[in-house]
Every structure is written in structure tokens, then in C-alpha cells.
Design a protein around this ligand. Sequence first.
Ligand SMILES: Cc1cc2nc3c(=O)[nH]c(=O)nc-3n(C[C@H](O)[C@H](O)[C@H](O)COP(=O)(O)OP(=O)(O)OC[C@H]3O[C@@H](n4cnc5c(N)ncnc54)[C@H](O)[C@@H]3O)c2cc1C
Length: 316
Amino acid sequence: MQIKNIKYDVLKQKMGDRIQKNKNLAPFFTLKMHTVAEYYFEPTNIQDWKEIMSIVFEYDIPYLIIGGGSNIAVFQERISGIVLRNRFISKSIEDETHDYVDFKISSGYPMSMLVKETVDLGFSGFEYHYGLPGTLGGAIYMNSKWTRPLSYVSDSLMIATIMDLEGVVRQESRDYFEFAYDYSKLQNTGEIFLEGIFRLMKHDVAELQKRSEEAMCYRKNTQPFGVATGGCFFQNISKKEQEKHSLPTGSAGYLIDASGLKGKTIGGFQVSEKHANFIINTGNGKSEELHELINVVKTEVKDQFDIDLKEEVRVV
Ligand SMILES: Cc1cc2nc3c(=O)[nH]c(=O)nc-3n(C[C@H](O)[C@H](O)[C@H](O)COP(=O)(O)OP(=O)(O)OC[C@H]3O[C@@H](n4cnc5c(N)ncnc54)[C@H](O)[C@@H]3O)c2cc1C
């Protein structure tokens, strides 16, 4: 279904040439799947977000928000409505004491930049996320984490500025998000995280660099690196389920590996040889091939362990 031209006219009239039509999105997804956006826009500040969302809500235009596109698997060849790729990138100091600094950081801030900059300045909070792709907004929405030691991007969030589905912008404290494993409340409310104030503790630069290098090293040793992937494809199972099945770990990668699926390939998609929970696009992978591979993985794990794997990546 195409959005009616009148809506396109409004989009064009209000946002000008920054609205693009038939935009190829493959470069913006780390899985590199081919898809085209009917309309495309890059908000670069809060005003852009307010303006574009007021049109989207008023004219009931379907929309998809993407940050770094590192946790999305796209199965549609064409995404109708508008794709909003968050390019709101800003960072400023709000408050500073002897012990900490409060940064206001925008949702489109690339995590790689954020980690590097804060670590080099001696501010602790993001150091274990060295190598996490995507944006701060995606990390808050997904509640992205590092497990050695357990550390969430959201840990240092104090106050967030969010937009609801009527376009109203308001502030909420960290508790509002009900952060849990792979979960933030935004996944239910559909609200947009615009920016937040994060409290980072002052720390020894060399120690922070050591922590981030160790995390990066662990990634490189255990995960496929520099390839087209969406990260961990399936969620780990709960402790309760692990105990129920008397398993040594709740890792989805373990279940897939133990089902003999490492290296399993369908067309352009492959279960990584290095980490079985990573699915890789080895070339020109097609959505139907990914679909089939996911089904094979789920079916085999179900047969072997009687466990239903659930996707961690957002499926569009
Ligand atoms: C190589 C690799 C390694 C990874 N390692 C990890 C890891 O260590 N830990 C981990 O937890 N994850 C990991 N991931 C998964 C992924 O990188 C994270 O979930 C990341 O934080 C997603 O951010 P993003 O900006 O790319 O989000 P996207 O993939 O662009 O979007 C994910 C979801 O968030 C929504 N969204 C994005 N921005 C906003 C916003 N501002 N407001 C509201 N909704 C929004 C989107 O609509 C979508 O539903 C990895 C992925 C890859 C490819």
C-alpha cells in the first residue's frame, strides 16, 4: 500500500528536499538486506523530530525509526510510509562535580563515538560497550548490554526526554523505562527516546581504556567481526527455563551449536562458525533465505531441546 500523494505533498511542502523517495536502505542495516523506503528522512535535532512526527501523526503515515540498523532484520522489499533514520547527534555537559559529570546526549549519537570519547576523557559508564554498534537511542530502546561484567547502556541514565504517540514531548526518570533483559517500556508504548542526561563517574583513564579494550578483545575472540550481521539473533532463555531443562547455560548460541547448526547455510545466510547465535549475510542474502534459515534453527532447537527460541532482533 502506498501512502496517498497528498501526504507526500505535505511531507515535501513542510520538510522540503530533505524528504527522499524510494531510498535504498541496504547500507543502513548491518545485515545489509536489500529494501527500499517509500519515503525517507533524517531528523538531526529535536525540532526536526517534532516537525516530522506532527505530520506523521496528523496524516496517519506509517513510520519506522532506525538508529544504526544493527538490530533489525527486514523482510519487506519495500517499506511503505516513511523511514526515519536518526541523525540527531549532540553531546553537552549539564553539570559537573569533583566526582561526576552529567552529559546531555542525543539519541542518534553513535555508540562507538560515545564510548571512545567518554573513556578518553576519564568518564565511566559506557566503557564496556566498546564495539557495540548502533546509536544511543537504539541501545536504550533495546536495553543493550555487555555481560562480562554485566553492564547496561541504560545504567547511567538519569532523565530522558521522550515523545509520545501524540507528539507530546516530556521528561521521565530512569525508572519509567522498566528496563529488563532486552526490554525497555518503549517497546510497548512506541514512544521515541529523543535525548537523555547520563551521569558518568570520573575515573582513571588508563583503567577505563583497559576495560574497554578487554571487552573489545573478548568480542573479537568470540564473535564474527567485520561481517554483515545483526548481532545475536535469538534471545537467551530464562534461568527458570534453563533449570527446567537441566542445561549448563541459558545461551541461545549454546542451544544452536548443540543442535549441530554451526555453519548451516541457506543461500546467502549462514549460522556463524564462530558464534552460533550470529547469523551472517555472506553476500547477496535474500529475505526468503533468512526466513528459511531462522525456521531451520527454531525447528532443530525445538526438536533437540523442546525450547522455543525467540528473536532478539526486531523483525520488520
Ligand atoms: C556485531 C554486533 C554486535 C552486537 N553486540 C551487542 C551487544 O554486545 N549487546 C547488545 O545488547 N546488543 C548487541 N548488538 C545488537 C545491537 O547492536 C544493539 O541492540 C544496538 O543497541 C541497537 O542500536 P541501533 O541504533 O542499531 O538500533 P536499530 O537496530 O536501528 O533499532 C532497534 C530498535 O530500536 C528502535 N529505535 C531505535 N532508535 C530509537 C529511538 N531513538 N527511540 C525509539 N525507538 C528507537 C527501532 O525502531 C528498532 O525497533 C550487536 C549487533 C551487532 C551487529
